[in-house]
Design a protein around this ligand. Structure first.
Ligand SMILES: C[S@@+](CC[C@H](N)C(=O)[O-])C[C@H]1O[C@@H](n2cnc3c(N)ncnc32)[C@H](O)[C@@H]1O
Length: 303
């Protein structure tokens, strides 16, 4: 198992994604190596969605490119009322593993699995309140991003979450999908506090990170010693209704630098700008507030 997981991790880091998964052992190795990290990323995005839209109560989920069902589990945990689960994936070994993982859990008794390629199968997948494509788009040819974005949006009754690796390429895919769907009527819930064009230009890119502890088995299967790993991800949550936003809403785009003289925090602001806010020590309240900010936080830039 460890050599397979190491090989799949290497393929993943090399941009190859889940393409090498041919049988049940590969699927299991992939889940051991990657599921804790992709789960952490999706759970973080969903927590932000739930925090920003406490009124959103999805009853149905469509998990597209579900793999072992990572996003299904994260969504079930975040939204207890969810009771209609559909998973779509082209890979039979991963579908079989996803089915094994929910076996015996009554919550998922009615889980529906759809085989097939998203480029065709999404048309017959049915609509859902919440649609998630987690680490899927990276596996598609660039030319398919637009049509797949449109198809994901057509299936979305309320909210769509797309998560990608937190690389410049992952961010670029998120931005392309974001602007295309805003043009089609979508509104951004997170991470951007606005629907305007992304203010970041290469080589800068928007991404976030989650640190997760590695269990003994996780370390063993990956053949590594470090007791934790940092998963970097880019994401967008799009909704059919415009979220309520304060004019001072901002997103912290990197870990703020805390110095003796000031705290410097890189923010994306509600008017669509990327700025470095400097909170001087002599302004005790502003300094104390900015000191508590963390990378990824949604904050009020001026109160
Ligand atoms: C990197 S895995 C992510 C799995 C899971 N969503 C997660 O976040 O852990 C990508 C998944 O997308 C599926 N996939 C890739 N291209 C696909 C396509 N064209 N149609 C359907 N599924 C696809 C793969 O089989 C794989 O399960």
């Amino acid at each position: 198992m460890a050599p397979r997981a190491a090989a799949l991790s290497a393929t993943y880091r090399g941009g190859g994604g889940s393409t090498g998964i041919a049988d049940g052992d590969d699927a299991l190795a992939y889940a051991f190596a990657r599921m804790p990290a992709t789960f952490a990323a999706v759970a973080a995005c969903l927590a932000e969605l739930a925090r920003l839209r406490p009124d959103f109560v999805p009853l149905s989920l469509l998990d597209v490119g579900a793999g072992p069902g990572t996003a299904t589990w994260a969504a079930a945990e975040t939204f207890p009322p969810l009771d209609h689960f559909t998973q779509l994936d082209a890979n039979p070994a991963l579908r079989a593993l996803a089915a094994d993982l929910v076996r015996g859990a009554p919550r998922f008794d009615a889980l529906r699995q759809l085989p097939g390629d998203v480029r065709q199968a999404l048309a017959g997948a049915g609509d859902a309140d919440l649609v998630i494509a987690s680490y899927l788009v990276a596996e598609l040819p660039e030319a398919d991003l637009g049509p797949v974005a449109d198809a994901l949006w057509r299936r979305t009754r309320d909210t769509l979450l797309v998560v990608e690796p937190g690389t410049p390429a992952g961010h670029a895919r998120i931005i392309a999908l974001r602007s295309r769907l805003i043009a089609a009527g979508a509104h951004v819930v997170a991470p951007c506090p606005h629907d305007r064009p992304c203010p970041l230009a290469p080589p800068d890119w928007c991404h976030f990170t989650r640190r997760l502890a590695r269990s003994r088995d996780h370390k063993q299967v990956k053949g590594v010693d470090a007791p934790f790993e940092d998963e970097k991800f880019s994401y967008v949550v799009l909704s059919r209704s415009a979220p309520a936003r304060r004019p001072s809403a901002a997103r912290v785009l990197a870990q703020p630098l805390v110095g003796k003289v000031e705290v410097a925090a890189k923010l994306c602001t509600a008017d669509g700008r990327a700025v470095t806010l400097k909170a001087p020590r002599r302004d005790k309240a502003a300094y104390a507030r900015a000191r508590r900010w963390n990378w990824g936080d949604a904050v009020a830039a001026d109160d």
